[in-house]
Design a protein around this ligand. Structure first.
Ligand code: HEC
Length: 251
């Protein structure tokens, strides 16, 4: 038993490392009840991510239904892609990407992953940290590196909003005699359109939306749960009245 427990607890740090690459993750302020946040996140996703990534299991109108946007709003605010014939994508279609796989391989050297279920694969905290920790690094082809995803191939597509930041490291001698670079802090060297607080909210909304997208049933399950409770309440009253009716003559 004791051995089992030890084995159990020893796997935890390993899991945390696998998800975060060792960099401490910031807690994402997720709130799936906040439709305004989900709408802002959906707009951000359509504007800034869908040009490269798809969300190939998600339909536009499903999002609208779930977070309270009409088909007209969805068409105006979320749909920017066109098909090969140049026709605008319709609200009933899947969130496919405009870029072809061949092009993405050529331009980025890798197949760009779809993001429908990324929040389940990586976790909200990882995404929240990832999108806020791009930093300048001359040694990388994109000129940027990332704390949560070292040597990432994705350019910092949100740099105009966040600005450009540099990571400060301090160098220490490790016990093994090798120099170690220890992360100290981030320093904005070129301000963007948003300050740090505004950018954090922007990313939080975006991650909120990705968490919803990874499991849209979460929203439905909640509203279904309430309906079931209401049903049970009225059913209990009816059952009680029925019981009274049936036993009337016996007593
Ligand atoms: C210019 C194209 C481009 C845009 C726009 C873009 N990405 Fe990426 N993204 C990439 C590429 C390329 C990779 C693959 C990186 C790698 O494997 O090294 C990637 C990887 C990722 C990953 C990691 C996936 C994994 O392997 O776990 C996440 C998460 C991600 N992108 C989120 C986003 C979000 C959110 C947005 C919108 C704010 C966005 N991306 C916009 C090109 C893009």
């Amino acid at each position: 038993m004791k051995k089992l427990l030890i084995a159990f607890f020893m796997t935890f740090p390993v899991l945390a490392m696998a998800a975060g690459g060792g960099f401490p993750l910031d807690k994402a302020p997720i709130n799936l009840e906040d439709n305004e946040s989900l709408k802002r996140g959906a707009r951000a996703f359509a504007n800034y991510c869908l040009s490269c990534h798809s969300a190939e299991y998600m339909r536009y109108n499903r999002i609208g239904r779930d977070i309270g946007m009409t088909d007209v709003e969805v068409a105006q605010e979320l749909i920017f892609t066109r098909d090969k014939k140049g026709e605008k994508t319709k609200v009933g279609e899947l969130m496919k990407v405009a870029m072809t796989e061949d092009y993405s391989k050529e331009a980025f050297g890798t197949k760009i992953p779809g993001l429908t279920v990324i929040a389940r694969a990586r976790g909200a905290d990882w995404l929240y940290t990832y999108l806020r920790t791009f930093y300048l690094d001359d040694s990388r082809p994109t000129g940027m590196n990332n704390m949560a995803f070292p040597d990432v191939g994705m350019p910092h597509v949100l740099w105009e909003l966040q600005g450009l930041q540099k990571a400060n490291f301090k160098t220490e001698m490790g016990e093994d005699g090798n120099e170690k670079h220890i992360f100290e802090n981030m320093e904005i060297v070129k301000p963007g359109k948003m300050n740090v607080e505004e950018y954090d909210v922007f990313v939080a909304d975006l991650v909120n939306f990705m968490v919803y997208m990874g499991e849209p049933m979460q929203l439905e399950r909640k509203s279904l749960g309430i309906k079931v409770l209401i049903f049970l309440f009225f059913f209990a009253i009816i059952a009680y009245l029925l019981k009274k009716e049936y036993w009337k003559d016996v007593h």
